[in-house]
Design a protein around this ligand. Structure first.
Ligand code: PNS
Length: 163
C-alpha cells in the first residue's frame, strides 16, 4: 500500500524549514500532499492561488509531491485523499502545546490518521513564515531562508527589486 502523508499548513509563504521537513518526510512516505488551508478568517499575504503556484514551482521536478488546498477538517481531507498520516514539523518547545492539541484533536476525530512529527533542522529552528515576512517587508536579506521564488515574490510584494 502506498504510504501517503498530508503536510498541511498556511505556507504564507513556504520557507526552507518547510522544505527540509518535506525532503526528510520523503524518506518515510511514498507520497506527500502539501495542502494549503483555505482559511477565510486569516488575512494572508499571498492568496491561495499564489501559494499554490509558488509550491508548484518549488516542487516541479518531484513526482511524489502533490500540491493542493483544502477547507474544513484536516482528518476528513486526509481520508478523502487516502492518507493515513499527517506530517508536522516541530521547532522549539513553544510549538509543542499547539501541536499537541492539534494532534490529539485530530486523533479523537479519526483514529486511523497518525500525526508524525519531525524536528526542524537546526539551521531553520528560528525561522517562521511570519518572521521571514516581517524581515522582507523592511528590505532585509532573507535569500538563505526561503526558496529563490519566494524571495522574489516577497520582494515584489514589498516593492523591492529581485536580483
Ligand atoms: O501552518 P499552520 O497555520 O500552523 O497550519 C495549521 C493547520 C492548517 C494544520 C490547522 O489549522 C488545520 O489543520 N486546520 C484545519 C481545521 C482542522 O482540522 N483543525 C484541527 C481540528 S480542530
Amino acid at each position: 500500500m502506498e504510504k501517503i502523508a498530508i503536510y498541511p499548513g498556511s505556507f504564507d509563504p513556504i520557507t526552507n524549514g518547510h522544505l527540509d521537513i518535506i525532503e526528510r518526510g520523503l524518506n518515510i512516505f511514498d507520497k506527500i500532499i502539501v495542502a494549503i488551508l483555505c482559511n477565510p478568517a486569516k488575512n494572508p499575504l499571498f492568496t491561495v492561488e499564489e501559494r499554490i503556484d509558488i509550491l508548484k514551482e518549488c516542487f516541479r521536478d518531484n513526482h511524489n509531491i502533490e500540491i493542493d488546498s483544502f477547507g474544513g477538517l484536516l482528518v476528513d481531507y486526509a481520508a478523502k485523499k487516502g492518507a493515513h498520516a499527517i506530517l508536522r514539523g516541530m521547532r522549539a518547545v513553544s510549538d509543542f502545546d499547539y501541536e499537541f492539541q492539534l494532534a490529539l484533536m485530530n486523533r479523537r476525530l479519526n483514529r486511523d490518521v497518525q500525526t508524525v512529527f519531525l524536528m526542524t533542522g537546526l539551521r531553520w529552528i528560528y525561522i517562521s513564515s511570519s518572521t521571514v515576512k516581517e524581515a522582507a517587508r523592511f528590505g532585509a536579506d532573507i535569500d538563505e531562508l526561503v526558496p529563490y521564488i519566494v524571495n522574489c515574490k516577497l520582494k515584489e510584494k514589498f516593492g523591492h527589486s529581485c536580483k
